[in-house]
Design a protein around this ligand. Sequence first.
Ligand SMILES: *Cc1c(COP(=O)(O)O)cnc(C)c1O
Length: 384
Amino acid sequence: MRDLGAALQRRRAEGLYRRRRIAGRAPAVETVIDGERLLCFTSNDYLGLAGHPSVVAAFVEAAREWGVGAGAAHLVNGHTRLHHELEEALADFTGRPRALLFSSGYMANLGIASALCRRGDSLMQDRLNHASLLDAARFSGARLLRYAHRDAADLARRLDDARGEKLIVSDAVFSMDGDVAPLAELARLARARDAWLWIDDAHGFGVLGPGGRGSVAAAGLDGAGVPILMATLGKALGVAGAFVAGDEALIETLIQFARTYVYTTAQPPAQAAATLAALALLRDESWRRGRLRALIQRFRAGAAERGLPLMDSETAIQPLPAGDAARASAWSEGLRRRGILVSAIRPPTVPEGGARLRVTLSAAHQEAQVDRLLDALGEVVGCA
Ligand SMILES: *Cc1c(COP(=O)(O)O)cnc(C)c1O
């Protein structure tokens, strides 16, 4: 057996050791981590819905009526009326014929690849795609071809080398960078080369596009341009789980062949009820998206004033490049001493030399809290 201790020691020596911290309170803007009160800029709860009273009430009421566990997989007897209603609501919201729930985004991505790809097919991926998409390629047995970040010309070249069925997949909003994929170009290319296009909109769904319908709608694309749309329900929607939206044949194929759909317990029905409540808030109250946009602008303008280097992102994900992992950790630690929580993102989550602070903003933040972060960053990054 491999020497586990040696591998752990090596990771420690490289300054890449990861440690969990214990949140002693609901993960909201003001949180308690390892007993310390901190102002949080690390959450993907972009609209502040995770703790919203009507979402919580929907969860509690459904748990009273339906219990807390689904008890079985969707194909056994775990697929309740609440799950079904949520699927119909998501199909309607995304303007697709059907939608299918998964227990997590990670499982949705593995499921899509395993149902659609066979050995000998080609799965084309942006170099900075989320880890779950890279793992999905491995899980499916398809040949993985990575193209340069947001580079449709490089993708076109690699399509020349592709064998078998061709499937292109990209994050819509890149999770560690906050920039957006060239969706219209990808759709044009996919169509011209007879490839499928699959978009993971984990960080755009609920936030971007008309009515929060996501990055694909923001790019003016529908099911014809992006036939496979995946998004998660644990980020802007504030709950958990994920869905895939598409046409009848796609969804039936996933129900039959996606192993991460078939062989797992359905999410709790109360979770579906909470997600329905979050979706209703998304539909009825657009002010959260406007507020988030205003806070993003405030943060970027404040950073420019203070000479803080930001990456080129217009979304709620606002990274500050640090270069090496030790510097990113020192910045994060300096902020923590000032009562602010921002994660240092280090390899292997990002490429070597690409360590950064990953700031995320939420509609739940106050202007004064964003200013406090900016002042602290000015001190910490300025003197690093
Ligand atoms: C978070 C994320 C996932 C995984 O979703 P989970 O529901 O957390 O498993 C997949 N893709 C992207 C781009 C993500 O950011």
